[in-house]
Ligand binder design. Structure first.
Ligand code: C2O
Length: 570
């Protein structure tokens, strides 16, 4: 009897295990899309530009799916530029060939070419986005990627009545590709943008922009989920809605312990999901965003973009002027600190301990001196230099003829080296008065090798070389726990005690405090080549990037499959 009982328990458990395994293999839906990249006339700020778009849409199509679903996006390039699409924040478990950064995981899709990105969403819920990962094309080639809970599951908060993606963007009254090409030629900082946008519309504080302003209609008493995405190229942004509190419930497609705030700050690349209740007198309220500018003495776009939160029962017509929220001062770092330190995972999480790789990366700008016989027009940076940027003094250079992932998988030498330093080659007072002799990084395509499954900690330290700044550092292929942040130089003696190993937030992009540091941890469980970079595109151009090469583990389930047959060739 006893034995029989045990046996039936075991077989029931086995049955449940097998059926749930089968269920997870087969439950996801496959979503197929076609993205045609092409020039489209787009009128903003009184002028029409031939902007590169997806399917003629700006912003591009919103992709909606559930955790566990798969995407197959067939990208056809009918533009005159090379292009790739990156699925920002998607973990891409063993699907690195679909990650998208050009010359990192693939050669770009040439004009006339095509490529199908195939991947599955595994264990991620919330808001991500997609964007071009080639030159500055993402200025107009981007869209939302909304991941709902698996069928039969629900949000860990009361189901909102409705939801809306809120994409914050940046607009140049020029061709953004020309803007970055000119900066690359001269070595100077590129022109700043002429407007910010909400769902690709600047809003009625700008010329010729009243028509088309984004309107979010709400019904009194209802709750809305706003999925806020900072898709701007170069600017961290504050975000607020007049007279309404925002309850943060997620970020970067991970849930957070809910907290209430009147203002958000998002670095480019970051997303924040907030609940907002229509509990104010029926009227029109501005949704607004403007710069958080932490760098001193640097030009920035100081304009304000708006959309309108409009109560259904409010009196009709534009006659009713919307109420404006108060936004923090451009340089209000205290507000940013209070905000970022409010993030927690919803419950106790398993933060990696027994660290195998303890890394320390400096991030910051640099200036390259120009050779004596160099053309002056190409040295338009400060004091006749060219702007540069680096991690651990290496200014990252992309290969031109092959992607890093192909070179790694096929064992092709001469494309990269694996000597990226795990700590700064020279130690100095990173946030102090740095000697000019330390201003010039070296150029290189240096990667850092990680064994499969290794537990990694990275201290990311801002430097004051040229000028300190809040850098949004993004890691491809991974989510990481942000276990601490602070100002000044990271001090292992006293700062280790500040580590949150209980409920730190899980993210894919960390806003490293200006003149400060942040500590992240992750397990290297996804084989491939994964870019880590500042998500201010101007800094990527200057080399503020590196890449990890994560080796295969044991067996098929810990290895990167061979490349798909349609992977573009260089
Ligand atoms: Cu959202 Cu490497 O980028």
């Amino acid at each position: 009897m006893e034995i029989l009982n045990n046996f039936s328990t075991i077989s029931l458990a086995l049955f449940l295990f097998i059926s749930s395994a089968l269920f997870s293999l087969t439950s996801g839906e496959i979503h197929r899309h076609q993205f045609v990249i092409r020039a489209t006339p787009v009128k903003r700020l009184c002028k029409t530009h031939n902007s590169i778009t997806v399917n003629g849409m700006f912003p591009g199509p919103t992709l909606e799916l559930r955790n566990g679903d798969s995407l197959q996006v067939h990208v056809v390039n009918k533009a005159r530029y090379n292009v790739t699409i990156h699925w920002h924040g998607v973990r891409q478990m063993r699907s690195g060939w679909a990650d998208g950064p050009e010359f990192v995981t693939q050669c770009p899709i040439r004009p006339g070419g095509s490529y199908t990105y195939r991947f599955t969403i595994q264990g991620q819920e919330g808001t991500l986005w997609w964007h071009a990962h080639s030159s500055w094309l993402r200025a107009t080639v981007y869209g939302a990627l909304l991941i709902r809970p698996t069928l039969g599951q629900s949000y860990p908060f009361p189901k909102p009545n409705r939801e809306a993606p809120i994409l914050l963007g940046e607009w140049w009254d020029a061709n953004p590709i020309d803007v970055v090409r000119e900066a690359t030629r001269t070595g100077a900082a590129p022109n700043v943008s002429d407007a910010y946008t909400i769902n690709a519309q600047p809003g009625d504080l700008y010329n010729c922009s009243t028509k088309g302003t984004t309107i979010v209609t709400v019904h009194s008493g209802q709750t809305y989920l706003l999925r806020v995405i900072n898709a701007a190229l170069n600017q961290p942004l504050f975000f607020a809605v007049a007279n309404h509190k925002l309850t943060v419930v997620g970020a970067d497609a991970s849930y957070t312990k809910p907290f209430t705030t009147s203002v958000l700050m998002l670095g480019p690349g970051q997303t924040t999901d907030v609940l907002i209740k229509a509990d104010q007198p029926p009227a029109r309220y501005y949704i607004a965003a403007r710069a958080y500018q932490s760098a001193q003495n640097a030009a920035f776009d100081n304009t304000t973009t708006t959309a309108i939160l409009e109560y259904k029962s409010a009196k009709k017509g534009n006659a009713l002027k919307p109420i404006m929220p108060s936004l923090p001062a451009y340089n209000d770092t205290n507000t940013v600190t209070a905000f970022t330190r409010s993030f927690r995972s919803p419950r106790k999480v398993e933060v990696p301990t027994d660290i195998d790789e303890s890394l320390f990366f400096t991030v910051g700008l640099g200036l390259n001196n120009c050779p004596l016989n160099f053309n002056k027009s190409r040295c338009q940076g400060p004091n006749g230099t060219r702007f540069s940027a680096s991690m651990n003094n290496v200014s990252f250079v992309l290969p031109r003829n092959l992607s890093l992932l192909q070179a790694h998988q096929q064992g092709i030498p001469g494309v990269f080296t694996t000597d990226f330093p795990g700590s700064p080659p020279v130690k100095f007072d990173y946030t102090g008065n740095v000697s000019r002799s330390l201003y010039q990084p070296i150029r290189g395509t240096k990667l850092y090798k990680l064994k499969f499954g290794s537990k990694v900690q990275v201290v990311i330290q801002d430097t004051s070389i040229v000028g300190s700044e809040n850098h949004p550092i993004h890691l491809h292929g991974y989510d990481f726990y942000i276990i601490a942040e602070g100002f000044g130089n990271f001090d292992p003696e006293k700062d280790t005690s500040k580590f949150n190993l209980v409920d730190p937030p899980l993210r894919n992009t960390v806003s490293v405090p200006v003149n400060g540091w942040a500590v992240i941890r992750f397990v290297a469980d996804n084989p491939g080549v994964w870019l880590m970079h500042c998500h201010l595109d101007v800094h990527i151009n200057w080399g503020l990037a590196m890449a990890f090469v994560v080796e295969n583990g044991v067996g098929e389930l810990q290895s990167l499959p061979p490349p798909p047959p349609d992977l573009p060739v260089c």
